[in-house]
Design a protein. Structure first.
Ligand SMILES: CC(C)(COP(=O)(O)OP(=O)(O)OC[C@H]1O[C@@H](n2cnc3c(N)ncnc32)[C@H](O)[C@@H]1OP(=O)(O)O)[C@@H](O)C(=O)NCCC(=O)NCCS
Length: 182
């Protein structure tokens, strides 16, 4: 439902634009209610840290946070785009698409391998619009320890025969528009 909400009032913020301290706790709690988000790293401290490093984009409706996306610097030269969230009552109106469009523009990502793993068909659609291409090899160029290993949906010993891989859990690698300097 979109009672009394003008979508044009939803604005993006990026570092160094100010964000009040309490939003990170709010966002962390919101993530914990979602079943499609990896829960191991979304502490308020980690989320704030990414923001001040210029690695996340947040959406505000007036003073309320209503959307988030970030690029986790998971290893030297590798960024995992994820922790995507839109406030439930505002979903299906294009906010998720615009989060993916905006994260793609982050200059810091230009020289890295940028990937995304999702079990959300909606995140899958939004990522496809910005050249996140499906990738069926979960060990190269993004190494296994960055793809399946961190997953908290299955115990370690079951991961190599995970029935979800490429069926209901997707790895995508972003194709860069500009040539990389590596
Ligand atoms: C994934 C998420 C961020 C998408 O946000 P959103 O604002 O609803 O996204 P959009 O409205 O831009 O929709 C993106 C695409 O998914 C489709 N979509 C979104 N919700 C849908 C629904 N309930 N039913 C059918 N299609 C849907 C849209 O039609 C759109 O596709 P299109 O561009 O081809 O038309 C949101 O659902 C969410 O926060 N989910 C919970 C957390 C999560 O799963 N995060 C992803 C982890 S990687």
């Amino acid at each position: 439902m979109l009672d009394n909400v003008n979508l044009a009032d939803i604005q993006s913020r990026q570092w160094p634009q100010e964000v009040l301290e309490d939003v990170w706790g709010f966002l962390s709690e919101a993530f914990h209610k979602e079943t499609t988000v990896l829960n191991t790293r979304i502490s308020p401290e980690n989320l704030k840290n990414l923001y001040v490093r210029g690695l996340s984009i947040v959406k505000f409706l007036h003073d309320e946070m209503v959307g988030h996306i970030c690029a986790w610097p998971v290893a030297d030269g590798f960024f995992e785009v994820g922790s995507v969230w839109v406030r439930p009552d505002l979903r299906t109106h294009g906010v998720g698409n615009s989060l993916f469009e905006e994260i793609k523009e982050l200059a810091q990502l230009n020289n890295g391998i940028v990937f995304n793993i999702t079990i959300s068909p909606y995140a899958l659609k939004a990522g496809a619009r910005v050249d996140f291409n499906l990738h069926q090899d979960w060990a190269y160029p993004v190494p296994w320890h960055l793809t399946c290993a961190p997953c908290d949906l299955l115990p370690e010993k079951e991961k190599h025969s995970c029935p979800k891989r490429n069926i209901s859990c997707w790895l995508r690698v972003m194709q860069h528009d500009k040539p990389r300097n590596k």
